[in-house]
Design a protein around this ligand. Sequence first.
Ligand SMILES: NC(=O)c1ccc[n+]([C@@H]2O[C@H](COP(=O)([O-])OP(=O)(O)OC[C@H]3O[C@@H](n4cnc5c(N)ncnc54)[C@H](OP(=O)(O)O)[C@@H]3O)[C@@H](O)[C@H]2O)c1
Length: 334
Amino acid sequence: MNIAIVGATGNVGRKILEVIEKLNFEFSQLYLIASDKSIGKKIIFKNKTYSIVGLSDFDFSKVKIAFFSAGSAIAEKWAPIAAKKTIVIDNSKHFRMDKDIPLVVPEVNADTLKNYKNKNIIANANCSTIQLVLALKPLHEQFKIKRVIVSTYQSVSGAGNAQMDELVEQSKKFLNKEKINPKNFTKQIAFNVIPHIDSFMEDRYTKEEWKMTVETKKILDSNILLTATCVRVPVFVGHSESVNIEFDSNVDSKKIRECLKKAPGCKVVDETKDGGYITPAESAGDHLTYISRIRDDNTKKNSINMWIVSDNLLKGAALNAVQIANVLIKKYIN
Ligand SMILES: NC(=O)c1ccc[n+]([C@@H]2O[C@H](COP(=O)([O-])OP(=O)(O)OC[C@H]3O[C@@H](n4cnc5c(N)ncnc54)[C@H](OP(=O)(O)O)[C@@H]3O)[C@@H](O)[C@H]2O)c1
């Protein structure tokens, strides 16, 4: 099986390589694709040197699966062209809400992959949605979720390479008491937080907040009510979420903790002592999604609060995409 990675030099693309190696994902030929400025650049992977190739003249019939992680504009233009000749697993937001395209988090709705042939494109969910639905799925099955209120604390790697570099630059300037002129952020991000991710919509929410609502409904259950506030924080890798959930049935934090202990892809670390919880820096590089601070909401019946942390570049993007490919290969393609 031959594979390609479009956006191989980016944050997510490089993580896809890392995951392929870690999971021993088998392939024959690997093609690494990026923008024209990177053509000819070398990437060493598994002791072999690969030259980056361009997108416009790449023949996608050479590969069985193409991982796309080059943003929405590239996906919009090139994924349908590639999908005539290969299966595309796209990390961008572009195709997620297309009703003919499966939006997949394998632990939650792998069965929807049976529809992949509709367009030969599969969408990877948004990073903040993926870690949330991993925790919500077993809870919804057992206790039926009515409403979710989520506030996110999203790392700068979720915005891309340039934004990670800018956090370093801004931090140096801040410490040197120099003037900060934000380039890739709307305001200062170093030693600050920004309550704005993606563009504003007519109803005053941001598109990131909207994505969390509509993607959760598409993946899990259209009856779940979800409202979100998404915030960018000066963390390099690892998204965190403070989540309040109201259930239909009788719950308490003890039952919730027991249920979450069995959640695939998740680990409960929840002790009421110093350090008895997971922070985003600790989640970086890890394949698991961590759940901590599970508490009864003392102001509302059948409601709980919790804290979810995951590596946004791994489970939030690269790992999820490679897991999708693994299910595809095992169950749907030969
Ligand atoms: N970061 C996350 O947490 C996360 C999570 C879920 C989904 N995503 C999504 O994944 C996608 C990639 O994000 P990222 O963080 O990896 O971005 P990034 O670090 O900025 O990387 C972008 C990649 O796209 C390539 N690219 C840009 N223009 C291209 C073109 N014309 N033709 C071919 N390749 C081109 C870049 O190549 P050059 O190096 O040559 O410019 C680079 O490899 C985005 O859609 C993002 O929303 C990201």
